[in-house]
Design a binder for this molecule. Sequence first.
Ligand code: ATP
Ligand code: MG
Length: 231
Amino acid sequence: MIALAHPPNSGNIVIRASDVWKSYDKGAITVLKGVDFEAVAGQTVALCGPSGCGKSTLLHLIGGLDLADQGSVFVNGIEVNRNRNMVDFLRHEVGFVFQLHNLIADLTLEENCLLPATAAGMDRHVARERLMQLAQRTGLEHRLGHRIQKLSGGERQRTALCRALMNGAKILLADEPTGSLDERTSAAVFDLLLDLARTEGITLLMATHDRGLASTCDRLVEMRDGRIHEC
Ligand SMILES: Nc1ncnc2c1ncn2[C@@H]1O[C@H](COP(=O)(O)OP(=O)(O)OP(=O)(O)O)[C@@H](O)[C@H]1O
Ligand SMILES: [Mg+2]
C-alpha cells in the first residue's frame, strides 16, 4: 500500500480502490498493477499521467463500466462488482463526462439532459427544474432547444456536464473533459466544473493532461508504472 496524503479518517471515503489489477488482450498488456486510491467526499482530484498509462481504464473501473481482474473497487462503501445493481448505480451514484461529450447529436440540449432523468424515473417537473438550474449555472438557458450539432465545442461540454449532474450523483468521473477544447474554452469549462463540484459537494475525479488546470484541484495524483502516486 502506498502512503496516502490525507489521514484515513479525515473524511468519509467515497471511492476506494485496493490493489486493483487490469489487463487487456487476455493478459498480453497489463495496465493497472496494484492501484491503491482513496477519495473522500467533496474532494476534487486530478488524475495525471502519460497517454496510455491507464487513466481512462481506472475511471471505467470506478464507474462500473468495466471490471477489475483482481483487487476491489468500492464506491459509497459498496463494492463495484457483478453482484451490484449496475443500472441503479449508473443512474443515481456516478456521473460521467467524456472527452468527446458522447451526446446525441440529433437531439436537443434539453432532450439529451432529460434522458437520464427519465430513465431514472425522475418526476418531469423536478427534472425540468433541475435542468433549468444547471442550464443557468452553465450559461446555457438560451440554448435548451438547440440540437447538439448546432452547439460549439464548449457548449457541448457544458451540456455534458449538465447531463452528468442531472440525477444528483455525488460522484463525478470526468475523462479529459476539456481535452477537445482550445485553451481559453478549456479553462472556462474547467472553472465551471470545479465550481459546480464545490458548491454541490461533489467528489470529482478527473483525468487530465493539463497540469495547470490539475493544480487547481484539491489533490493531484499521478499514474505511473500501473500504480497511483500522490503528488
Ligand atoms: N479495450 C481495450 N482493449 C485492449 N487494450 C486496451 C483497451 N482499452 C485500453 N487499452 C490499452 O490500455 C492502455 C491504457 O489505456 P487508457 O485508455 O486507460 O490510457 P489513458 O491513460 O487514458 O490514455 P490517454 O491519456 O491517451 O487517454 C493503453 O495501452 C490502451 O491501448
Ligand atoms: Mg484516456
